[in-house]
Write a protein that binds this ligand. Structure first.
Ligand code: NDP
Ligand code: GDR
Length: 328
């Protein structure tokens, strides 16, 4: 039985990846932090049979213990402070978790593997946020990195550290440069879920408006279920490498609002949306659009869910959830 260790198991991607690996017959271990993590029950209900081990990616000693206990063939490092807006207000913490945390996991893997580095394969959750200031569109594995947030800078550190462990020690360490991916499991702080939740509540008469930041930014949005498949495929390759994972389409937040409101029968949303500088970022990433040709050619990976389908899926899920919560 192949064994996998997932950090960030309580997050959106951790849940989808856990489901994928369990369906493939893996023994799945998840790193869970805190003495009483509120998401433990959700993870155990979603991933029957998962083995949760306590630890934190800022604590190398905990990682050494978790590697020794789980003895994984594959390690997926998804754990991070992942909310870009939060990273300006918590820049040191974000650097420690999202940046140096990667080094801790790589080092724990190296210590665990000893002389036999081939026995473990490592995946790093890199991000399109590393591209930041627009240099080139669409963005590829070779596009210059120019991060625009403490989160983006921390991800660049983790990305190059992963490449460095591959080149220095010959570790099978791959990095997925994933563009935004969403789902009904997306945290409500991110724009797609914030909008799908609010639109569902507005259509049910439970909320009056949504307060937004910059609605002209553009993102390349895919479905999280598709993206975890790409992570797994990277670790099945003979050679470790870096891959852009994206849909090759970009849409503005305005288009997200259009489609989301239309999904509940509202064509003119201008009266429901207010902008507030509190949601504007000190520096914005204006345009992301990824070229995933390399992943298509080498991994045989293509996205299966388009933007309109993704929006409908999220609004439908939030409508059902809000109706249940309100007893409608
Ligand atoms: P989430 O924010 O949903 O999940 C983040 C996970 O990291 C949670 O399980 C969280 O655990 C865990 N975590 C936070 N701090 C620590 C820590 N100190 N030690 C161990 N674990 C920690 O993110 P996603 O699932 O959306 O993303 C997964 C990864 O992919 C992240 O690294 C993210 O930066 C990256 N990424 C995501 C993209 C996206 O569009 N979703 C795109 C590109 C990259 P807890 O519940 O305890 O807080
Ligand atoms: P992002 O995702 O920063 O791209 O990072 P997010 O959904 O937070 O923002 C996307 C864009 O929407 C604009 N925006 C708003 N965003 C939020 N959250 N709330 C608002 O009210 C709002 N109004 C406008 C933002 O300014 C931005 O331009 C996500 C995370 O998952 C990262 O971890 C990951 O690395 C990247 O995607 C790829």
């Amino acid at each position: 039985m192949t064994r996998a260790l997932i950090t960030g198991i309580t997050g959106q991607d951790g849940l989808y990846l856990g489901e994928l690996l369990l369906a493939k017959g893996y023994e799945v271990f998840g790193l869970i932090r805190g003495q009483n993590n509120p998401k433990r029950a959700l993870v155990e209900a979603t991933l029957p049979g998962v083995k949760l081990l306590t630890g934190d990616i800022t604590d190398l000693s905990s990682l050494i213990r978790v590697l020794a206990v789980s003895q994984p063939d594959e390690v997926y490092n998804l754990g991070a402070i992942s909310f870009v807006a939060y990273s300006w207000e918590n820049a040191h913490l974000t650097s420690d978790v999202t940046g140096k945390g990667v080094l801790n996991v790589l080092e724990a893997v190296r210590l665990y593997a000893g002389d036999d580095l081939d026995k473990v394969r490592f995946y790093q959750a890199s991000s399109s946020e590393m591209f930041g200031k627009v240099q080139q569109v669409p963005q590829t594995e070779d596009t210059l990195l120019w991060p625009r947030s403490p989160y983006g800078v921390a991800k660049v550190f983790g990305h190059y550290m992963t490449i460095n462990y591959r080149e220095s020690y010959g570790m099978h360490a791959s990095s997925g440069i994933l563009f935004n991916h969403e789902s009904p499991r997306r945290g409500p702080e991110f724009v797609t879920r914030k909008v799908s939740q609010a639109v569902a509540r507005i259509s049910l008469g439970l909320q009056d408006e949504i307060v937004m930041g910059n609605i002209d930014a553009k993102r390349d949005w895919g479905f999280a279920g598709d993206y975890v498949e790409a992570m797994w495929r990277m670790l099945q390759q003979d050679e470790a490498d870096d891959y852009v994972i994206a849909t090759n389409e970009t849409h503005s937040i305005r288009e997200l609002l259009d489609l989301s409101f239309r999904a509940v029968g509202i064509d003119d949303w201008s009266g429901y949306v207010r902008q507030d500088p509190a949601f504007m970022r000190p520096a914005e990433v204006d345009l992301l659009i990824g070229d995933a040709s390399k992943a298509r050619e080498k991994l045989g990976w293509t996205p299966t869910v388009g933007f309109p389908e993704l929006v409908s899926m999220m609004v439908a899920s939030d409508l059902a959830e809000q109706k249940t919560a309100a007893g409608i």
